[in-house]
Structure formats: C-alpha cells, structure tokens
Design a protein around this ligand. Structure first.
Ligand SMILES: C[S@@+](CC[C@H](N)C(=O)[O-])C[C@H]1O[C@@H](n2cnc3c(N)ncnc32)[C@H](O)[C@@H]1O
Length: 251
C-alpha cells in the first residue's frame, strides 16, 4: 500500500477536513464541493447498475481524488458482515452523506429495503443520484430529517415503511455522535426492534461517542450483547477507530 494511502496527513484533501469541521456540523458537507464532485465522478466512471463498481469507484475517488467521510472499505467490511448476520428485511441508517454505506447495506442484504435518514437535503440529493446509477433506488430511500425533531421524522418513517412492532432488523448509526444514544433510545421506545436486531455504530473511537459506548458497556449481557471492533478511521491505516456491533437480547 502506498504511503499516501496509509498516511492521511500527506493529503491536502484530508488536511482540508480540519478547516471544514464546522461546515460538516452545519451543512453535512466539507465545504469545497467534493461531495458533488464525487457524484459526477461516479456517474462518469462507474458502470450503471453495477453496485460493486459504484462502491469501488467511490473508494477510488476517496483515495485518489478527495478524502470523503464515508465509512470506507475497511470498516465497510465490518458493516457488511454485521448486515449479513442480521439478514434484514428492513434496515435503517442514520447519516446518509453520499449514500456509500447505504449502498453497502443494500449489497449485503439484496432483498432488504434500506431507509437512510439525513439532515442535509443536498446530501440526500447526491445519494439518490448515486443509488439511481447503481440501480438500487427502488429499495434504497432517503428521508430528510433528524430523529431529534420531536417525533416528526419517526412518524414519517412509521407511515412510509408501515413500521410494526419488531419490524426493524438492522440499524447503522453514523450521524451526530452525541445523538447515537438518544436516537437509539427513541427507536427502542417505538418498539420497532426485536430480539436479534443488530445495531452497528461507526466512529465510536474517533471522534468518539462516549455516552453510547458507556451505555452499551452497562447493558452488556443484559439488554444488549456488544462486540467492539478495533479498526481504523476511513481511507487510511494510521488513525485507529472503533466500530460497535450490538445485538438486542431483550426489548
Ligand atoms: C459520517 S457522515 C455519514 C457517512 C455515511 N454513513 C457513509 O458511510 O457513507 C455523517 C452524515 O450525518 C448527517 N447528520 C448529522 N447529524 C445528523 C442527524 N442528527 N440526523 C441525520 N443525519 C445527520 C450529516 O449531514 C452527514 O451527511
């Protein structure tokens, strides 16, 4: 593996992230147009209808053109394995960005419906274009909103997906790290999960989701069974990260 791939600090597009940190919180984008550029790159370079090629093309863009805050290929393999374990009929993601991880979930669960919740309308538009190019837009959808809005987005999800008690098999948390726990608890309150439902949480090491990690540690062997996967932050092998994979034991 080349040094440039291993060491993110050698890449301007990675260093530029630090400047974009406030933008990401406000707009969901880094602020230099790289997300829109990634969509154009996929449309120009990936074979339409070929999910593998679309994912590989997004990874290539993130390694060679401009760093993206997708879950990436290394942590993505952990996500794939957890999705296969859950074998979902319905999967929910919080935090769409460019639609990369939702596409991975759809690939690992070829018969599942995947719904992704995203705060930023521009990200939802980008992701929808990528999903259409990959040919999965009939079963992968984005709802613009946030679970912290007092129930409106949860109600919309319930209506759109006719979510019955126990109807949700898989969740991927990859949005506001401070909202991981409260959003998961809101979903639990709705009764949508069932024993055996699996929740994967990205970035528990970096930037970190301490309240969520502490909750899963307290609940270990009781309500939840969690494995902490030691891994690396996306698109490099220098900076460590943690992905938590938790199975619900008791509703
Ligand atoms: C790290 S990116 C998600 C990456 C994506 N899951 C992937 O791997 O391809 C985080 C995304 O969460 C969105 N976001 C931030 N806070 C949110 C919230 N409370 N609810 C929904 N989306 C949120 C941001 O706009 C951004 O698009």
């Amino acid at each position: 593996m080349s040094l440039r791939r291993r060491v993110p600090f050698l890449r301007w597009s990675f260093l530029r992230l630090a400047l974009g940190a406030r933008n990401i919180t406000r707009t969901g984008q880094i602020g230099d147009g790289r997300e829109a550029a990634a969509v154009e790159y996929v449309l120009e370079n990936a074979r339409p209808g070929d999910v593998d090629d679309v994912l590989a093309t997004i990874d290539r863009f993130a390694y060679e053109e401009s760093f993206l805050i997708n879950v990436g290929d290394e942590k993505g393999a952990l996500l794939d394995a957890a999705v296969r374990r859950a074998a979902p009929t319905l999967a929910l993601e919080l935090g769409t960005y460019c639609g990369y991880s939702a596409l991975r979930i759809a690939r690992a669960a070829p018969d599942a419906r995947v719904v992704s919740v995203e705060l930023a309308p521009a990200n939802a538009d980008n992701a929808r274009r990528i999903w259409a190019h990959a040919g999965v837009d009939d079963r992968v959808t984005c709802v613009v909103g946030t679970l912290g809005d007092g129930g409106a987005t949860l109600d919309e999800l319930a209506d759109l997906y006719e979510l019955a008690p126990g109807g949700l098999d898989f969740i991927f948390l990859d949005h506001d790290k401070d909202a991981y726990l409260s959003d998961l608890l809101s979903i639990l309150d709705r009764g949508w999960l069932h024993p055996g439902s699996i929740v994967v949480a990205d970035n528990v090491g970096l930037p970190g989701a301490p309240k969520y990690r502490a909750y899963m540690r307290e609940q270990q062997g009781g309500r939840w069974q969690t494995v902490e996967h030691k891994t690396h932050a996306e698109y490099q092998t220098l900076v460590p990260d943690l992905v938590l994979e938790s199975e619900l034991l008791l509703t």
